[in-house]
Design a protein around this ligand. Structure first.
Ligand code: 5RP
Length: 264
């Protein structure tokens, strides 16, 4: 691995703990102004310093994230369809390596839709991105996406999609938490981060699935809504950081989260 790639991987997964906390705010690329991300700069100002990296589109990065806040940036590099359009799976590669370098990206993220009518197209997006970004020492994170087919999120399917992503050259794979998460991590030769899925109001539930995923081999998380749609986003981010980097038990980390507003 050349120096630039090593350096970027160390920015994403700090060697002190070998664990990673990515804060995802890329949702607008197909959802538009998602709740609590209407003004993304305000939403993440206090969260960015707690996370290791920000998963973000180039437009939000340029317009809403001050460069002085120096986040490590994972740029969303695939997209195309919107939630009100036809087929979410019909994504293309949208970001050149030149643009990623201009924006000082530590990595880029590309969605793949394995098992859909667009699997060849989206796996091709991933492989072409690896060809392009590896040339400049930029790691590619594969996002194993399922579109609206949420029932696909079981270990058999996710292990398949994660392994294929690694085989095509992804340096990191982002996939959903599920039962038997070790079936994914034990067969994926590159670091795996847990994606969040739908929001829950139960902070302990989130901390518990993150603890379980890490204990079963994940290097960390790429979470969004369960942080910035929570009533205490900063507390949630600190609690997750404690679970990820300090090996905290979920119940201990929960002390960092404020009591629910109606119970305060
Ligand atoms: C959106 C994404 C998100 O980065 C990913 O789903 C994590 O966010 P959340 O925790 O809100 O699910 O890829 O397309």
């Amino acid at each position: 691995m050349d120096w630039g790639m090593q350096s970027r991987m160390a920015r994403l997964i700090p060697p002190e703990t070998g664990k990673a906390f990515f804060l995802a705010i890329d949702h607008g690329y197909f959802l538009g102004p998602t709740r609590s991300l209407e003004r993304p700069g305000e939403t993440v100002a206090d969260l960015t310093p707690i996370a290791d990296a920000l998963f973000v589109t180039r437009g939000v990065l340029r317009s809403a994230i001050p460069a002085e806040s120096t986040p490590n940036v994972i740029l969303r590099a695939s997209g195309g369809p919107s939630i009100v359009g036809g087929t979410l799976e019909n994504e293309r590669l949208l970001l050149s390596a030149e643009e990623a370098i201009r924006l000082d990206a530590a990595a880029v993220g590309i969605s793949v839709f394995v098992g859909s009518s667009y699997e060849t197209q989206t796996l091709n997006n991933l492989a072409m991105a690896v060809n392009e970004y590896e040339r400049y020492g930029i790691p590619v994170m594969a996002v194993t996406a399922v579109g609206k087919e949420l029932e696909k999120r079981d270990s058999r399917y996710l292990a398949l999609a994660s392994r294929i992503s690694a085989e095509l050259g992804a340096r990191v794979v982002k996939t959903y938490y599920c039962e038997d998460f070790d079936k994914i991590t034990s067969t994926c030769p590159v670091p795996v981060v847990i994606a969040g899925g739908p929001k829950t109001d139960d902070a302990l539930e989130v901390l518990t699935f993150v603890r379980d995923g890490i204990d079963k081999g994940a290097v960390g998380v790429n979470l969004g809504r369960n942080i910035w749609q929570h009533y205490d986003p900063v507390g949630m981010a600190k609690a997750l950081r404690a679970v990820i980097h300090d090996d905290a038990a979920p119940k201990d980390a929960l002390d960092l989260v404020a009591a629910p507003p109606n119970k305060a």
